[in-house]
Write a protein that binds this ligand. Structure first.
Ligand code: SAH
Ligand code: SF4
Length: 390
């Protein structure tokens, strides 16, 4: 299937924020480690706190921009560390302006994608800006409808590479807030920035568990990016041991499970991981997670035409999820280059929703944002490789 044509604003400019990628990234240090390192360098603790604020709250693009720090301190930091090693290779914004997608080149040439989605207040919820971030370059799990899965696994991202994506999106969001302030559309001094983070970009977050957890800790820090745990969502293909591990972390984050089928026969056709962790075991783990955390679980269900979208399959899903505190997101597939699947149309998606409702399972049909910029997982990289030969 050919990806839909693009695009509105396109740029291939390289981000000049930090050209010293050969140095270790300071974003790889936890807050405790950063403080300890600064103390070792003879700095006071409050200097480490100032540095942390400059990096994560002010999102200063270089050490030189950190005006609260002394010049010699800035110089010595610049000799030891880089900030972000993400080099922007492509940046697209959808025609309706709601969705932007960046393709970043890592220091070793790997390509990853990050998306920023803008939502207007809908009466219930305030304005939001959601960063959708990657945790791996590629993915080993091979779901057949997924462009990342079709590309195979490259490597895990470091903590710094995960966090840097949010910093980049925060800079964009802050610039937009400033424009709105200058136009009188937002109260002066009120930078909102990124409000939500979803781990739904390239890769399987729970297969890079340690770095994902360390990144969540950084994102969550109140003196930095200050993304509340309830505004963070981790999406998984369904790795049971890690789901159970996550249940023990006592975090208030949201968990989303990519289910995409109501039974083993159907799920195994598109998701090889189902051979290892079959549906009934996965749902049992979800019950344990929900009991332990008292949190509602989100299920993602990509609607694939004539594969998993019949009314009988909706009813089967309803029975499967019966008794679980959950919400189902129904997402008509974003067709990929090599995948054989077509999107379920909106009326069929509504019928599916009706089937779930018969069993009291709440759901939302999510028409994906940014279809015109290949915003589906892994699709921009796929396209860039076609264009850039990268
Ligand atoms: N590996 C994790 C997170 C990244 S994928 C996971 O699979 O959950 C994030 C979501 O995008 C998953 O629910 C995934 O199934 C979905 N997705 C992948 N390819 C898609 C496509 N072509 N159209 C719509 N959703 C897709
Ligand atoms: Fe990997 Fe998620 Fe894509 Fe499956 S859907 S191949 S788990 S990124």
């Amino acid at each position: 299937m050919t990806p839909p044509p693009s695009t509105s604003h396109e740029s291939t400019a390289v981000d000049a924020t930090d050209a010293t990628a050969a140095l270790p990234s300071i974003l790889d240090l936890s807050r405790d480690k950063l403080t300890a390192t600064m103390l070792e360098l003879g700095e006071k603790k409050f200097r480490a706190d100032q540095l942390w604020r400059s990096i994560y709250h002010e999102t200063a693009p270089s050490f030189d921009d950190m005006s609260t720090l002394s010049k010699p301190f800035r110089k010595s930091l610049g000799e030891k560390y880089s900030i972000s090693s993400l080099e922007q290779a492509m940046f697209l914004t959808s025609a309706d302006g709601t969705t932007s997608k960046a393709l970043y080149k890592l220091h070793d040439g790997e390509l990853i994608e990050t998306v920023l989605m803008r939502y207007e207040s809908d009466g219930h919820r305030r304005n939001r800006k959601t960063a959708c971030i990657s945790t791996q370059a590629g993915c080993a799990l091979g779901c057949t409808f997924c462009a990342t899965g079709q590309q195979g696994f490259r490597r895990n991202l470091t903590v710094g590479e995960i966090v840097a994506q949010v910093i980049e999106m925060q800079r964009i969001a802050h610039r937009e807030d400033e424009v709105q302030m200058s136009e009188g559309k937002r109260t002066k001094g009120e930078l909102q920035g990124v409000t939500n983070v979803v781990f739904m970009g390239m890769g399987e977050p729970l297969a890079n568990y340690r770095n994902m957890m360390a990144a969540i800790k950084v994102l969550n820090d109140g003196q930095g990016l200050n993304i509340g745990a309830r505004h963070i969502t981790v999406s998984t293909v369904g790795l049971i041991p890690q789901i159970l591990q996550l249940a023990d972390e006592e975090l208030q984050i949201n968990l989303a499970i990519s289910l995409h089928a109501p039974d083993n026969a159907t799920r195994s056709q598109t998701m090889p991981i189902n051979q290892r962790y079959p549906v009934e075991e996965l749902i049992r783990a979800c019950h344990k997670y929900a009991d332990k955390t008292k949190r509602r679980i989100f299920f993602e269900y990509v609607l694939l035409k004539e594969q998993n979208d019949s009314i009988e399959q909706a009813q089967k899903l309803g029975r499967l999820l019966n008794g679980l505190h959950c919400h189902v997101n129904l997402i008509p597939v974003n067709p990929t280059k090599e995948g054989p699947f077509e999107r379920t149309d909106l009326s069929a998606a509504k019928l599916f929703q009706g089937g779930l409702k018969q069993y009291g399972i709440p759901s939302t049909v999510r028409m994906e944002k940014g279809i015109d910029i290949n915003a589906g997982c892994g699709q921009l990289r796929e396209r860039a490789i076609d264009i850039l030969g990268a």
